[in-house]
Design a protein around this ligand. Structure first.
Ligand code: KL2
Length: 478
């Protein structure tokens, strides 16, 4: 019996009598849970470790759950809200708005696990079998009970047969987009229908025939969600994606991201009738970017701007430590003109848009230094009109250690992100950002590499994926 058969049969028999009903029927979550020890219960948890009704066992090899805590960031807004305005504050000086939680998680498609089984040689067979991994996943979903789930590597048959029903029974509406070609997996966005409604969605396929930098089957999913309960709260946009893995092909990753930005703008433009405000629409962009913090691709998201001149494809994602034998510069322009997308990541037919309404998606609105004229001087500069920042700072503020969202080949790295839209301020030439209509209230702590090594790597019998989940709690201001 080879390793793959072992993964698929013997190990799975162990848990074939697992009762999934018991998970779906509980309103209070699954009870004692080995996987995680933090729960989204409100905006202002300090550190929920002590309050948990969970049996905590000392870590030991292959048996340990991950130690996660909530980092409370809501204090940042109490101060600023009180200073700036009395509007929209409750009697405690806290700004009113719609609070929600979001979980972003690459759940590791079973087919990909089996195709790349050399990556998981260190794992116990039962940590790799779908039925066992499913059980842990469902426990984790139940436990966090997030209002929005953004999932990557969701295998279509497992989504249809196992995940969707479970999530629907727990009150989620689901949108799913499989990768193109014969890829087995895709992205899903699930939202609590009691709390918000789906206004519209767009599937984004990055594959375009005959375009070298868009030759891969990755996808993105964009949704517009309207909070229920308070008609004065406007919709917000959530985007989920899984960019190409190949560390050498940063050209493709960057082109996929540029196309995604263009599609988000076009989608929002098409939804103008559903939107009242001309202010910037709150946007959350999350997923698996297969790129490291502070890499050129990451900088492009955060800075809204990237100078591509002299940049090698193999350097875009920051994954490569070694230099390639053959060096490929990024193509110029990044996207071929016949796609009709400019270096500002905007469909050209939209660039001419000049209405008073919807200024937020007008591609003429270049809000960074130089504006459109700078492109004439620097044709290799790409930009996008969103102002985004990462929920995580990638270095744990308490320990000073680098965070990791993935553990592969004995190495922990960050490749998954939750970015959210912020207000941009400029002091002379220096940019600074601060929370705008989306306020970051809390984030679930991430482990560092040695935390993951201590629990025997990923996946293990408590942690069903080679990624860990990211989670944040936001307040959408009225
Ligand atoms: O890094 V990932 O894992 O975001 O978790 O995205 C890809 C990789 C995923 C979809 O293509 O499959 C994984 N070495 C390591 N991982 C690989 C490889 C590889 N050669 N090929 C695919 N993946």
């Amino acid at each position: 019996m080879n390793e793959r058969e072992n993964v698929g049969s013997e190990a799975c028999n162990r848990s074939s009598d697992f009762d999934f009903e018991s998970l779906t029927q509980s309103d209070e979550g699954p009870g004692p849970l080995g996987m995680v020890n933090a729960k989204i219960t409100g905006a202002r948890e300090q550190n929920v470790r002590q309050n948990l009704d969970i049996n905590w066992e000392e870590p030991n090899f292959h048996q340990a759950p991950l130690w996660r805590t909530w980092e409370d960031l809501s204090w940042r807004h109490r101060a600023s809200a009180t200073i700036t305005s009395e509007d929209g504050l409750d009697q405690h000086g806290v700004s009113r708005g719609f609070e929600f939680s979001l979980l972003c998680y690459n759940i590791l498609a079973q087919r990909l696990l089996e195709e790349n089984d050399f990556l998981y040689a260190h794992c116990l067979p039962e940590a790799l079998c779908w039925k066992d991994r499913l059980k842990s996943l469902l426990q984790e979903f139940s436990y966090f009970d997030a209002d929005i789930l953004c999932l990557q590597e969701v295998q279509e048959d497992h989504f249809e047969e196992d995940l969707k029903l479970f999530l629907q029974e727990r009150g989620y509406g689901c949108v799913y987009k499989r990768r193109t070609g014969d890829r087995p997996d895709g992205c899903a966005i699930c939202y609590k229908t009691k709390r918000m409604e789906l206004v519209a969605s767009r599937e984004v396929e990055f594959f375009r025939p005959c375009v070298n930098v868009l030759s891969k089957d990755n996808v993105g999913l964009v949704v517009l969600l309207r909070p229920l309960g308070d008609p004065s709260v406007e919709p917000f946009c959530v985007t989920n994606t899984h960019l190409l893995y190949n560390p050498w092909r940063g050209d493709i990753k960057l082109a996929q991201l540029a196309l995604l930005f263009a599609e988000i703008q076009q989608f929002l433009g098409s939804q103008a009738s559903n939107l009242r405000s001309t202010n910037h629409l709150p946007l959350i962009l999350c997923g698996d970017f297969n790129s490291l913090p502070f890499s050129p691709l990451y900088r492009f998201v955060q800075d809204s701007l990237l100078h591509c001149n002299g940049l090698f494809s193999s350097k875009v994602s920051g994954q490569n430590k070694i230099s390639p034998l053959r060096w490929h510069l990024l193509p110029s322009p990044l996207l071929p003109p016949h796609l009709g997308i400019g270096p500002n990541c905007c469909h050209l037919e939209q660039s001419g848009y000049n209405g008073d309404e919807g200024e937020w998606f007008s591609c003429k609105t270049m809000e960074f230094e130089g504006g459109p004229s700078s492109f004439r001087e620097q044709p290799d500069t790409i930009s996008h009109p969103f102002h985004l920042t990462s929920v995580y700072s990638h270095v744990n503020s308490r320990t000073g250690k680098l965070e990791a969202t993935i553990f592969n080949s004995g190495q922990g790295q960050t490749v998954d992100y939750i970015f959210y839209s912020v207000d941009l301020h400029r002091e002379s030439i220096k940019r600074s950002v601060q929370d705008g209509r989306l306020q970051l209230l809390a984030r679930l702590s991430l482990p560092n590499e040695s935390d993951i090594r201590d629990i025997g790597g990923l996946p293990n019998i408590h942690c069903p994926s080679d990624h860990v989940s990211l989670a944040a709690r936001f307040r959408l201001l009225l």
